[in-house]
Design a protein around this ligand. Sequence first.
Ligand SMILES: Cc1cc2nc3c(=O)[nH]c(=O)nc-3n(C[C@H](O)[C@H](O)[C@H](O)COP(=O)(O)OP(=O)(O)OC[C@H]3O[C@@H](n4cnc5c(N)ncnc54)[C@H](O)[C@@H]3O)c2cc1C
Length: 469
Amino acid sequence: MSPREKITIAGAGPVGTLLAVILARHGHRINLFESRPDSRVKSIYQGKSINIALSDRGWLALASVGLEQQVKQQAIAMHKRVMHAIDGSITEQAYGTQEQAIWSVSRAGINEQLLDLAEQEPLIAIKFDQRLVDVDFDSASADFMHEHTIEKVSADILFGADGAYSKVRRLAQETPRFSYSQAYMPQSYIELHIPANEDGSFKMAKDALHIWPRKKFMLIALPNPDGSFTCTLFLDFQGDVSFSSLTQRTDVEQFFQTNFADAMALLENPVDEFLAKTANPLFLLKVDPWVINDKVALIGDAAHAMVPFYGQGMNCGFEDCRELGELITLHKHDWSKIFPGYQAARKINADAITELAKRNFVEMSELSGQAKFLLQKQIEAEFHKRHPTLWTPLYSMVTFSPNLPYSQALAIGDIQQKIMQEIMQISNIENCWQEDFVYEKLQELAQVSVSANHSHYTTDSKTGEQKND
Ligand SMILES: Cc1cc2nc3c(=O)[nH]c(=O)nc-3n(C[C@H](O)[C@H](O)[C@H](O)COP(=O)(O)OP(=O)(O)OC[C@H]3O[C@@H](n4cnc5c(N)ncnc54)[C@H](O)[C@@H]3O)c2cc1C
């Protein structure tokens, strides 16, 4: 088969590389450009593994290129959240059913596994140390800088998969009618580290994502295969207790001792790390359109950078790639149909998960430490067990229901929240929550809203169209 379109992809991060594989397998000739050196040859991660939570949407996309099992071999299943209260006491909350888990994977590792796969595709050429510096949005040609020389690369189509600080997106802002908004969260973050015990074993439960919820700030920890944990401290950038105010060693020591006394015993030099590191900002962005002139498209973080509180940024980017691949098949390589379908199917869903991720900071940093909230989640889990087709908890819709669009999860979740507010008002709910009458009432309320809001359940996941039937 002779290659179809010649496609340039800017950014060989996880999303750009998965996209390259999917497009090449549809017969397109791909030039994949990455501004950084090849991490497999030259270390660019300073030996520290940054891990992320991968869930069913990500796995489905990886399975579509046959990489799921290989990545899973290096991944650690996290079946539950473990909450560490300020007094050192611990509570747990299962993420879903016994078999369900989110998975801790190394971000660098998954990127490198995808690069290895891409290299096996004869239609893909990967070029490292080549930074996109300009794009012609009429012709999809682009300029790439290597050392001090600039090469112009022609193409039929160009994808900007160049991440949250996308150059393609910044250049697109100069094209007519391009809408763009970026909002910073009050919090910034730094990474910290809990090393393994001397014998290589884990210092805390391995099958869990650990959270130290402290309302306005929180620490989280995800396990690594070498027995260590990668931790992230989310804290306001400015204010009374913030990265900006905590500049003196004694203040930082006191901050950790007061708020994270149990973690202090596990963390490796948290005070030194805190003082040495520059906090990274967190922002979310929305752009429209994602496709310019039917020639240039944005994908992954370049299109929808979000805050990390639902662990879905990469999952969503992988889903972009998988659905684009399905649209290529559906529209038989007709890009005049594929691109509008891509924009319609993905933007509504990326906007929805961006919103859910923003809201989830409160759930993680505040509510997950509250008994009443945990009880609500327990009731929902029990109701789901009794009526699996009537009720799937929001977290499970987002995380374990890869064929349910994020936008529907958001809409259904809002309805569920109203219902649960009513259930949590039942007098003495703390003691009677296992009684049948609670679930009968829940069933009644759920059935009414399912029929009243039936249209929410029929969004076409391929075209993104809302259908009322
Ligand atoms: C603290 C934190 C925790 C997170 N946790 C999770 C999680 O648990 N689960 C999850 O699913 N997601 C998580 N994410 C989000 C996830 O990391 C991103 O969604 C994902 O990395 C996006 O992949 P990408 O390929 O679109 O962008 P990137 O990973 O940013 O890759 C973009 C690539 O483009 C290259 N590039 C940039 N500019 C140019 C240029 N001009 N020319 C050529 N190449 C260029 C970059 O070097 C990079 O390799 C987290 C993010 C953060 C910040």
